[in-house]
Design a protein around this ligand. Structure first.
Ligand SMILES: [Cu+2]
Length: 422
């Protein structure tokens, strides 16, 4: 089959080449040059231009109609504003598009080349310059100023009674955090991140202790392995060195965890270690109450992602190391939207809108808008991600795990590494 297609293509190319040759031969017989094009030819081209203009315009109108409204009505307060802004822009672009293209095609139809005609020539016209500078200038300024005002409204400070939600992105998924009853988020650090027990690296006394314990377990294991190797040195030097380096890194991490200071929340004055203890961490869905202002705070673990909520006309990049934010007020509950669309399975979504890796396509989380009462009841039921208070099981060795006992211990680099790095 493939061979057949190839054969057809090759034959078609040969046929076209032969036809061109025939055309060139008849031309030389008629004694005309290649550049000489007859008026009839030009006129035909001009008419075809006009036909193409109508086909072009018709297809643009069709595309507007077919794909112009791919999203249902905006489900947030600022969403309506964004839609309005978008509409104004689209109208302006559309008008300019039709006027400019109509003129372009009309001129090529009206002024096709004729031997007896000569083009009018003029070098400069102040009035024209004025018109084509001022009109786009004023239009652009209007779009930019209006857009900036809208943008500032969306990203401006949230009101005092706004509900805060932290949205955390990582390859590949979303984790949502609510501040719990004390309405204050605990602080967080990447040093405490543990995929299973503390994915956001929330700082609490228990989480610090759990992390130190787990590092201690790793250190003991590594030390044992190094000891074994000293008894029976079967591994090459490079491997021993890498083991030592690993040990140094673990000890350094432990020191960093022990060095975390207790801080106060600047607004509520609350200890951030305590504030974090009742934070609710959820990775299955994001609930927000209808008619209440919600302030989103975005963080990222690894690369830049983008939190996109198309139904609310909201999007914000999530950047590692730099928290970003915006506020919005949802106006339509999930149930109301289902009714409006006549679709019982409809759900709002938050999805990643920045190509961030292999599973980017599947990085999304369900968003549920409900009455405040239902929302509060749901948050109430969620668990916090604080490590359990009871002592985790330890190895038999007596390593110091009490956070105060080891604080301030000076770390020494293993000799091999110190030499290498100096
Ligand atoms: Cu992503």
């Amino acid at each position: 089959m493939k061979l057949l297609i190839l054969l057809v293509v090759v034959l078609a190319i040969i046929a076209i080449a032969q036809l061109t040759k025939v055309y060139e031969l008849t031309r030389s017989l008629r004694k005309t040059r290649e550049e000489d094009i007859s008026t009839a030819d030009n006129k035909l081209q001009a008419n075809l231009m006009l036909v193409w203009m109508f086909v072009f315009f018709a297809s643009v109108i069709y595309l507007y109609d077919r794909y112009g409204n791919y999203l249902p009505e905006a489900a947030s307060m600022h969403g309506a504003e964004v839609d309005y802004l978008m509409k104004i822009n689209i109208w302006m672009i559309t008008i300019v598009f039709f006027v400019v293209n109509a003129l372009l095609f009309f001129f090529s139809w009206k002024y096709y080349y004729r031997k007896d005609r000569k083009a009018r020539f003029f070098a400069h016209d102040n009035r024209l310059e004025m018109i084509w500078t001022l009109i786009p200038g004023v239009t652009m300024a209007f779009i930019i100023v209006y857009g900036l005002i809208t943008w500032n409204n969306i990203t401006g400070p949230a009101s005092a009674d706004a509900i805060q939600v932290e949205v955390y992105s990582k390859q590949f998924g979303w984790i949502v955090r609510y501040p719990g009853e004390n309405k204050t988020f605990g602080s967080s650090t990447y040093n405490l991140i543990d995929p299973a027990s503390n994915p956001l690296g929330i700082v609490t006394k228990e989480n610090i202790k759990a992390k130190v314990d787990s590092i201690d377990v790793d250190i003991e294991k590594l030390k044992k392995a190094i000891e074994e190797n000293q008894k029976l040195p079967i591994w090459p030097d490079s491997y021993v060195e890498s083991q030592n380096e690993k040990l140094y890194r673990l000890e350094r991490l432990k020191q960093r965890v022990l060095d975390i200071n207790e801080t106060q929340n600047p607004v509520t004055g609350m200890s951030e270690w305590e504030a974090g203890a009742d934070d609710k961490v959820i990775n299955t869905e994001l609930h927000i109450p209808v008619g209440k202002e919600v302030e989103f705070i975005f963080r990222s673990q690894d690369v830049i992602h983008s939190a996109y909520m198309p139904h609310f006309r909201a999007q914000m990049n999530t950047v590692p190391g730099i928290p970003t934010r915006f506020k919005m007020t949802p106006t339509i509950t999930t149930a109301e939207m289902r009714e409006k669309l006549g679709d019982d399975t409809f759900d709002y979504i938050l999805l990643c809108n920045k190509v961030c890796g292999v599973s980017h396509y599947n990085m999304q989380i369900k968003v549920i808008v409900e009455d405040e009462k239902d929302y509060l009841a749901w948050v109430e039921k969620q668990k916090s991600f604080v490590a359990p208070k009871e002592e985790p099981k330890k190895e038999e060795t007596s390593s110091t795990t009490d956070s105060t006992a080891t604080a301030g211990v000076q770390l020494k680099k293993p000799a091999a590494i110190a030499q290498k790095n100096d």
